[in-house]
Design a protein around this ligand. Sequence first.
Ligand SMILES: Cc1nn(C)c(C)c1/N=N/c1ccc(/C=C/C(=O)NO)cc1
Ligand SMILES: [Zn+2]
Length: 368
Amino acid sequence: MSTGYLWHEVFGWHDTGSGPLFPADPAIGIAPMPHLANSDTKRRMHELVAVSGLLDHLTRIEGRPATREELLRVHTPEHVDRIVAESASARGGDAGDGFSAFGRGAYEVAALGAGSAIAMTEAVVSGRVDDGYALVNPAGHHAVAGTGMGFCIFNNVAVAARHAQAELGVERVAIVDWDVHHGNGAQAIFAADPSVLTLSVHQANCFPPDSGHLHQRGEGAGHGYNLNVPLPPGCGDGAYGYLAETVLAPALAAFEPDLVIVASGFDAGAMDPLARQMVTSTGFAHLVDTVRDAAASSPQGRLVMVQEGGYSPLYVPFCGLATISALAGVHVLDDPVLPIVAAQGGADLLPHQREAVDAAAALVADLR
Ligand SMILES: Cc1nn(C)c(C)c1/N=N/c1ccc(/C=C/C(=O)NO)cc1
Ligand SMILES: [Zn+2]
């Protein structure tokens, strides 16, 4: 078993400006502070992968910038051109929603993120490695064809999926998004396409506003190939373990993908400031086990994981370490935060959580 790993130092240089979500504004009481989506959190995750020794068990994969043509398989020329133009200016710009600032050079960083998702997908599909984790920045899963949003500039996972279909002989791709925020990007990009199953597990109505509903199941020929699992706040390892067995595993078994791409966010974690779930490192590892087993049972199943959100500088590194450890089947370090978060409760599957998961599980039967 060999697991690929991709990180580039420039991902730690992505500039998201100042302000927790807003630029500093003394008039309304916002003092300068690093943006909650600042790049240090992902750099810390990489450093833990290296310092813990896990990196010695992984196969390093080189990233590369996505070409304009590769970006245009998913995004409009107008969006790409706007990012290029704003990225070239000294003051930088914004992904598209006014809350996703970026500094000069963001285009190069974001293109490297999308191209790195492609590079990891090529490494896995070619058999160079059995599976792999691309620790990229910025995230991508909120970006739609014509704009970025929610700290996302280009939809890294969608660009990789389209590349796999266009260049690597992959026909059926399953995108599994367990970032705590709705994977609206893939849902919109592949809405009418039955060759791509888009499955998002997220806290209901967290972000984007009014997005990720159970009834959003795809359009036209794509109807039935989009599956949303909106969850109430407060879900922990019990709820996520239940949805892994009752939604993720059966959906992937029914769809029989040639490639599974996980949009891997850690903001469902117990210490994340941008949502209200309570998943621990153990819960994330269990999710990985589920999708790895599901991919292995597909005739050509391969598994690629691409980094999305996650904003706790303390806990994201340990959730990320547990995730990559599970993928590689190598344990190097216990999570020192686990005893604290486990003692705070939230692990049990509660009736209202079971009901939310069962509502989504009922839709799996339509997959074929
Ligand atoms: C809407 C809105 N309105 N206002 C005033 C603000 C500041 C709004 N954005 N809030 C946000 C934006 C992005 C996220 C998380 C992204 C992520 O991690 N995705 O995976 C959460 C909340
Ligand atoms: Zn998120």
